[in-house]
Design a protein around this ligand. Structure first.
Ligand code: ZN
Length: 298
């Protein structure tokens, strides 16, 4: 039996779990808050305290991390997001801590792979897109049944495709990225401007659910933008399934709104829209399963 030490590095928490590669089930799981200091040494110390107790039981390490993992080095489209951790040598550092072979991919890519294998136990999808609509918008692509990570680790970063060329400036350097127009953060900003008081995306969504027509317009324009993105990618990549996740994506009726906008388009632009099933451990389990396959640990 082969055991993977899976690690999920996010903006608020770092989770680590021992995963049985034969069953892809979690044996033991621990979690810490992500250090708010962006000093590499502090981050590295936190990783050491989390991973050291688990490493002796594992055969290899599989990491799912926020940001772009370019040949093992953590980078970001918006360098401000990572501060001192931009260009952090993530794979080398974890390899040094654990003394185990270590691999890493982006967290949305890992979640996409887990959604794909979960989906395919009762579905025959070949080309699948996973979209997570939350504080930001991220994604992962599976084409010809293979997870796409890309030459530079960028594949699937659909949050930075432009939907409004005159839209707000994005931290990545472009104008009108879908993340700036349709994410939970964008919904909160649009609501704050409209209602002339600070509100977050969740509050605007709640107002929409209570029947506020202005809030409903904001939610609908988000779903319409996501539907356009799905249609563009479907006709580019011949997607047969799109899995929607994230706190906004899985909020009441949001997937139905996306479906409504897609229904207005010709059939070729309409893949199956499926709500994500896998929950909070999709990153851990997706990374473990993907790299177990690469290493023939299954
Ligand atoms: Zn952008």
């Amino acid at each position: 039996m082969s055991i993977c030490l899976a690690v999920d590095i996010g903006g608020t928490k770092i989770a680590a779990a021992l995963v049985d590669c034969t069953t892809n089930h979690i044996i033991e799981r621990h979690q810490i808050a992500t250090p708010q200091s962006q000093q590499p040494a502090i981050f590295s110390t936190a990783l050491t305290s989390l991973l050291m107790p688990l490493a002796p039981q594992a055969d290899f390490v599989a990491v799912a991390s926020t940001g772009i993992i370019n040949h093992g080095i953590l980078t970001a489209l918006n360098p401000d997001n990572l501060g001192g951790l931009n260009r952090f040598e993530l794979v080398d550092d974890i390899q040094r801590i654990t003394q185990l072979p270590t691999h890493a991919i982006n967290d949305a890519q890992a979640a996409a792979w887990y959604e794909f294998i979960s989906l395919n136990s009762n579905n025959n999808a070949t080309n699948m897109l996973f979209i997570t609509i939350s504080t930001g918008i991220g994604g992962g692509l599976v084409l010809n049944r293979q997870l796409q990570t890309g030459a530079r680790g960028i594949s699937g970063h659909i949050g930075h495709t432009v939907v409004d060329m005159n839209g707000p400036m994005c931290g990545c350097g472009r104008q009108g990225c879908i993340e700036k127009v349709a994410s939970g953060t964008a919904i909160g900003e649009l609501g704050s401007a409209l209602f002339k008081r600070p509100c977050n995306g969740q509050q605007v969504y709640q107002l929409a659910l209570e029947g506020n027509k202005d809030a409903m317009k904001i939610i609908h324009s988000s779903a319409a933008a996501v539907a356009e993105l799905i249609a563009n990618l479907t006709i580019s990549l011949d997607l047969d399934a799109v899995v929607i996740g994230g706190s906004v994506g899985l909020a009441p009726h949001y997937c139905e709104y996306i479906q409504q906008y897609l229904n207005e388009k010709p059939e070729l632009y309409r893949p199956h829209i499926i709500p994500a099933q896998s929950g909070g451990d999709a990153g851990l389990l997706g990374a473990a399963h993907w790299f177990a396959r690469q290493e023939n640990h299954t």
